[in-house]
Write a protein that binds this ligand. Structure first.
Ligand code: HEM
Length: 83
């Protein structure tokens, strides 16, 4: 299998054109799937969506006594400061 793609569309050293190249032509290690331009556009839209909504690598969750989670050093998230 290939690398994690969660943020590939937004990563400084990657980006949409970079991803499009892999998807359109494949590499020695990744197959060329013979997709149409429309199918490639849809995949790029999806990768933009995951880049905007997801993060990689995943943060290690700290399980709290009440079953919710905290993230070390992480601000944000409802109830993050509660103990
Ligand atoms: C729709 C499905 C897929 C999409 C959108 C996709 C997209 C991509 C992208 C954007 C990269 C570059 C990632 C980077 O450099 O950070 C990549 C790399 C790679 N993918 Fe895929 N991929 C798909 C399916 C697959 C499948 C099925 C395989 C394995 C059979 C595969 C194997 C690889 C490998 C081995 C690399 C690294 C290639 C290299 O550096 O030469 N991919 N893929």
């Amino acid at each position: 299998m290939g690398p994690d793609l969660t943020t590939v569309a937004a990563a400084e050293d990657r980006g949409v054109d970079y991803a499009r190249g892999f998807i359109a032509f494949g590499t020695e290690r990744m197959p060329d799937f013979g997709l149409s331009d429309g199918e490639i556009d849809s995949l790029i839209d999806f990768l933009k969506y995951t880049a905007a909504s997801g993060e990689y690598p995943p943060r290690a969750p700290i399980l709290k006594w009440n079953g919710t989670v905290d993230y070390a050093g992480g601000a944000g998230g409802a109830g993050g400061a509660e103990h």
